[in-house]
Design a protein around this ligand. Structure first.
Ligand code: HEC
Length: 167
């Protein structure tokens, strides 16, 4: 459900970039002031706006995870899909860990919008860790449960911080 929208947004962004003669500049961040390098800290360099982080790393990892175990009902009847090879399971595990670390990224000063935001981002870390564990256990039922937990972590934050409720 998310994918077509993500791609249309990405394509719109690419089209806009192609139309400008200006040299490539780093992406604007939501809070540019917070993005300036700190003298005594690691040389973080914000690479994506919150929206870009959502539409790249986070949405892609979530789609990968949610698509890994699925039940399709059509004329052919009920077909269940689940990871089979070692490589399949490794992809699912990697998607889970990507989701978990994304939660930490969301707490970075240039993404964070405060304490409540950080709490909700922590929820995504926990859900992502459960998702990665389910993949390590190679348990399709646990992957389905963990996928739902991830989904709830997304929605909890969107309910609070997305200006218009997503359909
Ligand atoms: C801690 C808060 C938070 C969490 C957790 C979170 N999001 Fe978001 N998400 C946002 C905010 C805020 C925006 C709007 C960003 C903007 O437009 O500047 C957004 C926007 C998006 C968008 C852009 C499209 C739209 O509807 O505006 C997608 C896609 C998205 N999120 C997917 C996800 C997925 C998938 C998850 C869970 C795996 C997730 N998000 C978890 C806060 C969050």
């Amino acid at each position: 459900m998310i994918t077509p929208r993500v791609f249309s947004v990405l394509l719109a962004g690419l089209a806009a970039a192609a139309c400008t003669d200006e040299p490539a500049s780093p992406p604007a961040t939501d809070t540019p002031a917070a993005a300036s390098p700190q003298a005594d800290g690691p040389p973080y360099r914000p690479a994506a706006t919150t929206r870009e982080l959502m539409e790249s790393l986070i949405a892609h990892a979530a789609e990968e995870y949610w698509g890994s175990v699925r039940i399709v009902i059509d004329e052919q009847g009920v077909t269940e899909y689940f990871p089979e090879t070692d490589e399949d399971w490794e992809e699912v595990w990697a998607a889970g860990l990507s989701i978990a670390e994304s939660g930490n990224l969301l707490m970075m000063p240039w993404h964070s919008r405060g304490e409540e935001w950080n709490r909700l981002s922590g929820g995504l870390v926990e859900a992502g860790l459960a998702a990665a564990r389910a993949a390590l256990e190679r348990d399709p039922d646990k992957v389905l449960d963990a996928g739902e937990r991830v989904y709830n972590a997304c929605v909890a934050c969107h309910d609070r911080y997305l200006p218009a409720a997503t359909p």
